[in-house]
Structures are given as C-alpha cells and as structure tokens.
Design a protein around this ligand. Sequence first.
Ligand SMILES: NC(=O)c1ccc[n+]([C@@H]2O[C@H](COP(=O)([O-])OP(=O)(O)OC[C@H]3O[C@@H](n4cnc5c(N)ncnc54)[C@H](O)[C@@H]3O)[C@@H](O)[C@H]2O)c1
Length: 372
Amino acid sequence: MKIGCPKEIKPQEFRVGMTPNAAQEAVARGHEVIIETNAGMGSGFDNDAYVAAGARIVDTAEEVFATADMIVKVKEPQAVERKMLREGQLLFTYLHLAPDPEQTHDLLASGCTAIAYETVTDSNGGLPLLAPMSEVAGRLAPQVGSWTLQKANGGRGVLMGGVPGVGPAKVVVIGGGVVGTHAAQVASGMGADVTVLDRSLPRLRYLDDVFGARFKNQYSTAGATAELIQTADMVIGAVLIPGAAAPKLITREQLSTMKPGAVLVDVAIDQGGCFETSKATTHADPIYEVDGVMHYCVANMPGAVARTSTIALGNATMPFMLALADKGWKQACQDDPHLMAGLNVHAGQLTYYAVGKALGIDVVSPTMVIKA
Ligand SMILES: NC(=O)c1ccc[n+]([C@@H]2O[C@H](COP(=O)([O-])OP(=O)(O)OC[C@H]3O[C@@H](n4cnc5c(N)ncnc54)[C@H](O)[C@@H]3O)[C@@H](O)[C@H]2O)c1
C-alpha cells in the first residue's frame, strides 16, 4: 500500500501522523511511505530521519494526497485538504465529526473511507487512541500548574515539594480517570500533598489498590470539593462525562473561599471546562486571573510537548495503521471489531451512529458496508 503523511496545517499543530520508526515498520512490510517535506520538523524529526527509514520525501501535500492509498494524519483534514481526498482513498486520523457538519459533508462528498482515531475502542471499554493524549495532558498539568504557582506568574509563590521544615503544596485533582491519575502521579512525584476526587467507587478502589499512600482519594461531592479548595494551592480539573459538556464543579462565588494566588488548571476545557470561570486559552497566552485565582485553560495541552505527543500517539496508532496497510481496511475491520468502531465514513455513507444522531444524517451500519 502507498501510505502518505502530509504536514499538519492546522494553526499551532506541531505533531505529525507518522514517526520515522512507524515509517520504517511499514517499509519493512513492503509498503511505500510518502512524507511531505518537513512534515516532522515540529516534532524534531527531519527529512533525513524519514529517508533513513526508507520513506520518500515529496515537496507538496498535493503530491501526498494524489499518490497515497491511505493518508495518516493527526488533526481532522482542513477544507483545503478535504478537497484533495478522493473516492476509495483511506483516511486515518482524529476527526471529531459530531460538532463539525461542514467536515462531515465534505468527507461524505469525497467518497473516501475515514477511520477516526477517537472512536477506535479497546477490550477494556477504553479509547486507546485518545488515552495517550490524556496521559500527556495529565502529566503536563502539575508541570504548568507549578509554573503558574510561581510569584512572577501571579501564583502564591509555593514550591510543590516544599523544603525541609516547610510543608508541600496542596493539590486537589477532580476526576481520577486517565488525565487525573497521571496528574496525581506527577504532582505526588514532585512532593506535593495530593487528593484525588472521583464519583466512581470502582475507580477510587483502583487508585487505592495501585497507588496506596502516594496520594489520597475521596468521593466527589459538592461539599467535599468546597471544603478541599479552601486550603488548596492548586486544583486540577480532569472530569469527563462521555458525550456531555463538563459539569461546573467550582463556581465563581467559590473563588473567594480559595487562597489568593491559588491555581486552577482546567484540563477539561476542551469539553467546556469544569470551573465556571474557565475560558479556553492558548500556549501563547495560557494564564489569566479571576478574583485573585490564577487559571490555566489551554485546550490542546499536548501541543506544548509535540515530540512526546507525536511519539506517544504514533505508538498507539501504529498497530492499526499496519493492519490497515497489510490487509486493506475491509479485512482489517472484519478481523478487529475495535478498529471497525473507528469507521465513520465510507463511500458517501455515514457509518457512526452518534455522529448521525448529532447531525441528523442517516447512518448505515459498518457491518453492512463491509459486506457490500
Ligand atoms: N486540554 C487538553 O489538552 C486535554 C487533553 C486530553 C484530555 N482532555 C480532557 O480531559 C478530560 C478528562 O479526560 P480523561 O481521558 O481523563 O477521561 P476519563 O474518562 O478517563 O476520566 C474522567 C473521570 O472523571 C470522573 N468524573 C465524572 N464526573 C465527576 C465528578 N462530578 N467529580 C469527580 N469525578 C468525576 C469519572 O468517573 C472518570 O473517572 C476530558 O474532558 C478530556 O477531553 C483535555
């Protein structure tokens, strides 16, 4: 199969769909890999690294799209990229179609087959191609939060781990899923005094079993949150209610009960944010202050560490990418129901129920289109 990887063109996107290592694995199986020149530069992979892996470098995205049987990307195709997709071509990338009717209509009109990273599943009920980015955002949260806590950045001037004779920072993590667990691990690793709140008892049991005394956990109620935030130096918002906007767990009124210079890191900002005073910010201007409390609300946190994020995403996508290349999408999806769950669009038909429901478009089941 000819596998093409264009340079990402969405603003502030520095990741790339294929690492040189992934390209090498594909080439070793007899596939041809075509990379747009400088596609990997934002993640620290130069053209030479891809050439050494056996890939071919081309000058333009047009050449990639015109040549490849499968396009591997990171972000949803932008309008100019969607015009280059063609019937029978396979697209493997993040799509997030439900809130994006324009993109959905363009993909349907192109006749391509599109598999969305975000709807591929695993046998534990998880989303294996979303999890790596949650791991990155979770581990980054205490790092950016501790920077914000510094006096010059508007914070309380508290050191995460304290020093001998001075106690550590108090960190509250709301939501103990993928983001929250990784945030708690790093914050406790920095020496902070960490409490994780979650509404799922099985999840709290898991955290207790695995992490023991490294950090505390508590059942999440409005009362528990109200009490904990009064003494917190940092609160990390990491909740998710699948398919819904994030619940607002700290109100503007409650900010006055917090310590001046305390820091809110709202990782759930991509779902609307879980603090009433959150509004999305960018890496160029990530923090702002409301009623004496500092807020960090960057919606694409993994972009700050593009190299780590690219490699983490590549590790997760590579087995699926290789299966698609080796077997073709039909056989690969037939053999793996979790990959089939990623099928969103085929030959002008929508194949993902939740997207159809959100956009009012008829849906055909993936098994039907595979049999056709
Ligand atoms: N800003 C970014 O760059 C970025 C990157 C990755 C993920 N995210 C976002 O981070 C959020 C968390 O993602 P995740 O992968 O950890 O999800 P997850 O499903 O693994 O975890 C969410 C957790 O929230 C818990 N929860 C739900 N309601 C709660 C409440 N009221 N109080 C306490 N806990 C509650 C759930 O029980 C679950 O354990 C999502 O909104 C996701 O979109 C943002």
